[in-house]
Write a protein that binds this ligand. Structure first.
Ligand SMILES: Nc1ncnc2c1ncn2[C@@H]1O[C@H](COP(=O)(O)OP(=O)(O)OP(=O)(O)O)[C@@H](O)[C@H]1O
Ligand SMILES: [Mg+2]
Length: 376
């Protein structure tokens, strides 16, 4: 059992802020993924929770207990490192049992626990080998097993799959999800890989420059990103973002840009003047050769992914990426008419990048003509 709360957690190295005012409440049994680009402070944050790094400000609570100043060994958490950090001269069994030996458990207790955990992770055949004689995937399991023998309330994992090849990474993702279901402990998992985050997390905390940009389920972050940073971080290819203007066209709101004219399905309010925005459309939400085209351009490149194709369509001065099932009825050099519905267009503040939402008053007598845009 472990609920982890971060309360205004900050870290500076010298004068450089690396983690800034992070507030996060991780429920018992969650699989929370800390996601973000390289250098955004993910490992530092995880190391602070493990007790391997001090805080410059803030508090960390584990099940309502303030552990900010508690020694790493006294915290009910276990860390799994990217490098595995196994002892090369010890056998797999000794590596796995190490935390128990360090805590003075009896040989009998250690043997039983090591056997139990090794069986769970399919390592029972390899207990007498040394790490050097194991594959990367097996070493990763030994590192996981070593964390598991202590029955910690929470597992802290820092990019544990990054040294594995693509096939093994995919298989291990599934195993970790399964393990999380069985152990029912709290998993706090660091990665910069959006596929790992989307597939494994119950919630994602996306970090940008030491700050939390958005916390939510994978679906929430993907479908309703709070900022252009989130919109552009998730998705392969990411959301198309371009400068546009919202205008009143004969009483209807439209998003327009060079080569773009898309109705938003809302009547214009009396006070609605032209408004500069950043418009966003996911590549898979765009229909090719829509008869009622909202975007018009020229196909300038295509990427064949096997099952699908990514078309690069230059619309005005912007490259819009379109994800479509193969075979695609368009070739490089063709004119492309693209269809997009009102619900597929997201709007962001062109200055701050924050998500904009429509406010349509519901009071009696008010009409949708009074719709207005504001920051979410
Ligand atoms: N001991 C240290 N002294 C000074 N700066 C550090 C130290 N450790 C980390 N940093 C800096 O803090 C920032 C955040 O580092 P951190 O390792 O937490 O990033 P990360 O998000 O885990 O990145 P990656 O995805 O590359 O692992 C980086 O700019 C890094 O250079
Ligand atoms: Mg890191």
């Amino acid at each position: 059992m472990a609920r982890i709360r971060l309360d205004g957690v900050s870290k500076r190295f010298g004068t450089t802020p690396v983690v800034q005012e992070v507030n996060l409440d991780i429920a018992d049994g969650e699989f929370l993924v800390l996601l973000g680009p390289s250098g955004c402070g993910k490992s530092t944050l995880l190391r602070m929770i493990a007790g391997l790094e001090s805080l410059s400000a803030g508090r960390i609570l584990l099940d309502d207990r303030d552990i900010t100043a508690t020694a790493p060994r006294q915290r009910d958490v276990a860390m799994v490192f990217q490098s595995y950090a196994l002892y090369p001269h010890l056998t797999v069994a000794k590596n796995i049992g190490f935390p128990l030996r360090a805590r003075g458990r009896s040989r009998q207790q250690i043997r039983e626990k090591v056997t139990e955990v090794a069986t769970t992770l399919g390592l029972d055949e390899h207990l007498d080998r040394r790490p050097g004689a194991l594959s990367g995937g097996q070493r990763q399991r030994v590192a996981l097993a070593r964390a598991m023998v202590r029955d910690p309330g929470a597992f802290l994992m820092d990019e544990p799959l990054s040294n594995l090849d693509a096939a093994l990474r995919s298989a291990t993702r599934t195993e970790l999800i399964d393990l999380h279901h069985r152990l029912r402990s709290t998993f706090l998992y660091v990665t910069h890989d959006q596929v790992e985050a989307m597939t494994m997390a119950t919630r994602i905390a996306l970090l940008n420059n030491g700050r939390i940009e958005q916390v939510g389920t994978p679906t929430e972050l993907y479908d309703t990103p709070r900022s252009t940073f989130v919109a552009a971080f998730l998705g392969a290819p990411p959301m198309n973002l371009f400068d546009a203007t919202v205008i009143d066209r004969a009483g209807e709101l439209h998003v327009v840009a060079d080569g773009v004219d898309a109705p938003l399905g809302l009547s214009a309010g009396s006070a609605t003047g032209p408004q500069k925005v950043t418009a966003g459309i996911r590549p898979e939400r765009i229909r090719l050769n829509g008869t009622d085209a909202q975007l018009r351009g020229v196909v300038t490149a295509s990427e064949n992914l096997g099952s699908e194709e990514i078309l690069h369509v230059t619309v005005g001065g912007t490259v819009i990426r379109v994800r479509a099932p193969r075979p695609v009825p368009a070739q490089v050099g063709d004119a492309a008419a693209l269809g997009v519905g009102p619900a597929d267009i997201q709007l962001f503040d062109s200055g701050t990048g924050r998500r904009l939402v429509w406010h349509v008053p519901h009071e009696h007598g008010a009409s949708p003509r009074d719709a207005s845009l504001s920051v979410a």
